[in-house]
Design a binder for this molecule. Structure first.
Ligand code: PEP
Ligand code: MG
Length: 595
């Protein structure tokens, strides 16, 4: 019998993390929880039923909470829409039927629950009375909530643990915290329907070296089945279902070419990142996990320009805010692994798209504009102080600097200064060694901070420009929203002008300026940034090679002129084109390398 040849289907998305992977898919729908049918033993039935009762109780309390919130917002009357939900959750006949079924069929509870609900919904949907038909929607809604609570009861990580072998994850959405829970070895690539280039899911994939495509169109979650063979091209942002022999051949050649160029770049890691006319740029690495120091060193980073400590909170190794002692150990180890090179530890930047159940934040309508990072921890001062203490203490054993994210107003820097002072005094009293003169920096990632940089510069030793957030806040584009991804333009003249303002203020006050947003590792933007006068570029380690090669082929005087011109342009594309033309002349091979 000849095997049916299935037609190749190409889905287009946003290239989020370079690399190509070919392998079997695992489809994960967070919106619609996937339910597998499993046989269980007689002994397991009661545990399943207990899980069911817990999920029902949790859903009831979620609904009550929702109803109370709504009472204030929309009034008592309208909030009664949830009464129907509560009635369903208390429907004894329904609950008894499900429990009986689990005992009789010996199947997992979520499967039985889902089957029963489907039967109810189909019966109700065909009733002539529109009132009853509308109740079907309530039942579906409530069922989704209960199913989600089953998953949460299992700590939500089950979806990743349930499969064997290496897979390509095709998901509707994945939070950075989900990725933090993954067993990296099992993941060949990640594809999500939501997300954009600088969403933290994309950034995480890059630092883990997992090819990723985000914001993919065409609803692959509906089309692709588990174990279908797919190709993920994280360089150009495509997902190919049922690849043809020809496609597979093209990808094999592409990989060979790329590997060759990458290994060539690895022979250059000791070369100085210096322009032809002798201007040295510091090239550092952004990391999320302590073990990434290895890759930072492999690619020749001159230190860590950004350690995103919030990932310690998300990782399964430290599934909570780590204690001061744990943090001290981690930060000291990073400093020692980096062999005396500078290590910038950024305090927890929780919030925005980095929400965690370990640090309960109430859902907010606009989390990126809400309770995030320093804003949270200036309220939870004890947590901030213990992190500051850990960083100060690690400073006694290595070249450690401290950095604070998400600064918008001057008062925040004053409050931080005060907390640092308190922490130092405590450590003195306790006779614990620490770095009294630790360098203190802030992230410039809001337009307000960029515009008052002249004042902020009086308070700190260094600035690190977070262009990922600076772009989202300046252009009013949610960095995770693929619908507005076209408006997410880091090369926009408004961003270049803000950066220029920051660099000018920094230079006047002897303050070091780094850029640690994704712009830093993109060759065209890197040209513009160096031309604007930044001292350091910090990026995902694998991006360092091409940037180093590029720096060694340019003259600072020339690119200063280029950046000056870019400041007067109307559009982002004009500056990018100018930078690309230059790269095309001095290092065209960089366009063929994919990091
Ligand atoms: C940034 O905003 O550019 C940045 C580096 O911080 P994060 O991506 O962690 O928000
Ligand atoms: Mg940021």
């Amino acid at each position: 019998m000849t095997k049916e040849i299935q037609k190749e289907i190409v889905f287009k998305g946003i290239a989020a993390s370079g690399g190509v992977s070919i392998g079997p898919a695992i489809v994960i729908s967070k919106a619609k929880t996937i339910i597998e049918e499993r046989n269980i033993s007689a002994g397991e039935t009661e545990t399943e039923i207990q899980k069911f009762s817990a999920a029902i109780e949790k859903t009831k309390s979620d609904i009550l909470e929702l109803q109370n919130k709504l009472k204030n917002a929309i009034g008592e009357k309208d909030s009664k829409i949830f009464d129907a939900h509560m009635l369903i959750l208390s429907d004894k006949a329904l609950i008894d039927e499900i429990e009986k079924q689990v005992r009789a069929d010996k199947k997992n509870i979520d499967f039985v629950f889902n089957q029963t609900i489907k039967r109810y919904v189909s019966a109700i949907s065909s009733m002539p009375d529109s009132y009853f038909r509308e109740r079907a929607a309530d039942i579906k809604d409530i069922a989704e909530r209960v199913l989600r609570n089953f998953a949460e009861g299992d700590k939500g990580s089950e979806i990743f643990e349930n499969f064997t072998g290496q897979k390509i994850i095709v998901a509707d959405e994945l939070a950075p915290t989900d990725i933090a829970e993954l067993d990296r070895e099992k993941i060949l690539a990640i594809v999500t329907e939501t997300g954009a280039k600088t969403s933290h899911t994309a950034i995480m994939s890059r630092s883990l070296g997992i090819p990723a495509v985000v914001g993919i169109e065409g609803n692959p979650v509906e089309t692709i089945r588990d174990d279908d063979i797919v190709v993920v091209d994280g360089y150009i942002g495509t997902l190919i279902l049922h690849p043809s022999q020809n496609t597979l051949h093209i990808y094999a050649e592409k990989e060979t070419r790329n590997e060759k160029f990458q290994s060539e770049l690895l022979t250059e890691t000791r070369l100085r990142p210096e322009t032809i006319d002798g201007f040295r740029i510091q090239l550092a690495a952004n990391i999320e996990y302590p073990d990434e120091c290895e890759s930072a060193l492999k690619y020749g980073a001159a230190g860590i320009g950004l350690m995103r400590t919030e990932y310690l909170v998300f990782s399964s190794e430290y599934p909570a805010i780590p204690s001061e002692g744990e943090q001290f150990e981690i930060y000291s180890k990073i400093a020692s692994d980096m062999k005396g090179q500078p290590v910038v530890i950024r305090t927890f930047d929780i919030g925005g798209d980095k929400l965690t159940e370990y640090f309960k934040t109430t859902p907010e309508p606009n989390p990126f504009l809400g309770w995030r990072a320093t804003r949270i921890f200036l309220e939870h001062k004890e947590i901030m102080k213990s992190q500051i203490r850990a960083i100060l203490r690690a400073g006694a054993f290595g070249n450690v600097k401290i950095m604070f994210p998400m600064i918008t107003v001057f008062e925040e820097v004053e409050a931080i200064e005060k907390l640092m002072q308190d922490a130092k005094e405590e450590l003195k009293r306790e006779n614990l060694p620490f770095d009294e003169k630790i360098q203190k920096g802030i992230m410039i990632e809001t337009p307000s901070a960029a515009l008052i940089a002249e004042h902020l510069a009086k308070k700190v030793d260094f600035f690190s420009i977070g262009t990922n957030d600076l772009t989202q806040y300046t252009l009013a584009v949610d960095r995770t929203n693929k619908k507005v991804a076209g408006l997410y333009q880091p090369g926009h003249p408004s961003i270049l002008k803000l950066i220029n303002n920051v660099v000018t203020a920094a230079k006047q006050n002897g303050v070091w300026v780094s850029v640690c947003g994704e712009m830093a590792g993109d060759p065209a933007y890197a040209i513009l940034l160096i031309g604007l006068g930044v001292n350091e570029l910090s990026m995902t380690p694998s991006a360092i090679g091409p940037i180093r090669r590029l720096i060694r082929r340019i003259k600072l005087r020339e690119i200063e002129e280029l950046s000056r011109k870019a400041l007067s342009f109307k559009k982002s594309d004009d500056s990018i084109q100018l930078a690309k033309d230059l790269i095309g002349k001095v290092a065209p091979e960089i366009f063929s390398v994919e990091t």
